[in-house]
Ligand binder design. Structure first.
Ligand code: RB5
Length: 143
């Protein structure tokens, strides 16, 4: 599976662990994230990942910042992108099942590295349920 990943200075360790896990599982991962804890601006890392997902270059995206919110807000400006902030594996599961999210946004300052890896694995393994959820998802975009 083709996946793009991006993170700000809150997430290098999280990104590294997720990248290692996904690569070990045979996924092709494009990494846009910083490897430094020097302060950067999260939109600079959210937009390239969202562009890959919006264009179809990548099937899924993974974004990491302190709260998950700023980087998800940036990604959600892109057409066909649905980025959801997840902080438990159950929410990651429902974000796919009910919202057809194509980007998971992880709050590095409010979860652990093993939890983050676990959430990503759940996210990627879960299918959208469609049906009544498709009706709702089709009402999300404004243009
Ligand atoms: C960076 O300090 C922090 O603002 C950022 O990682 C994120 O939490 C923004 O939403």
């Amino acid at each position: 599976m083709k996946i793009s990943i991006g993170n700000d200075h809150a997430g290098p360790d999280y990104k590294k662990a997720i990248l290692e896990k996904l690569t070990s599982l045979g996924h092709e991962v494009t990494n846009y994230g910083t490897d430094s804890t020097d302060s950067v601006d999260y939109p600079d890392f959210g937009h390239p990942v969202a562009e890959d997902v919006s264009s179809g270059k990548s099937e899924f995206g993974i974004l990491i910042c302190g709260t998950g919110n700023g980087i998800a807000m940036s990604a959600n400006q892109h057409k066909n992108v649905r980025a959801g902030v997840c902080w438990t594996k159950e929410i990651a599961d429902l974000c796919r099942r009910h919202n057809d999210a194509n980007i998971i946004a992880i709050p590095a300052r409010f979860t652990s590295v093993p939890q983050a890896v676990d959430m990503v694995e759940h996210f990627l393994a879960t299918e959208f349920e469609g049906g009544r959820h498709a009706t709702r998802v089709n009402k999300i975009a404004c243009s």
